[in-house]
Design a protein. Sequence first.
Length: 224
Amino acid sequence: MTKKIYFYFTKGRNRVLSKAETYGRLYSCGFEIIDEKIMDNMLYFIAKKVKDPVYDYNPTYGLFISLKRIGKNKKIINVYKLRTMHPYSEYLQEYLYNLNSLQTGGKIKDDFRISPEGRFMRKFWIDELPMLVNVLKGNIKLVGVRPLSPHFFSLYSKELQDLRTQFKPGLIPPFYADLPKTLDEIMESEKRYLNLCSKSEFKTDLKYFLLAFKNIVLKGARSN
């Protein structure tokens, strides 16, 4: 609604695009960034067309967003969150992963897609509150592995991909129980949790919920 009001009055004139939206629009249209440089406080870049567009004809600029994630049985589900990144950022995940790799905790390092208010919301999980709607809908549960984007899902081994998708993803991941640092450690943590779920899902979820609660409250574990 606010997007329609904004464009009605401004007609889109003199609108400043973030670097994330600029690059994201190019990637959505099948381009890739070849080089970039800042000169005299201006960003210059070279882009090359490499594939067909994967453009979303109904992009959202609003506070509430719906993200496509891999759910149980490898079904694509829509996960609801509050926006912490600039528009079109979802198209840049692979680009930034190849550019900066991952930091401690498994998140992309130096991620310019995240807005200042987004960093605050992520620190206190405010952005994940709408995922309670997913819990009520039944496509995720309270405790479980994170619902991953197709790109991050592709980084996992075939064995772990198959194991992950035997269960619903969750709102509170085993990450907060084990506090792994690297992607390999995160995968081992998830594999251990999922193998325990195969024996007793309810008892495992209760155990991991209590461990996560302890680490968050007593040790101050936070998201990046």
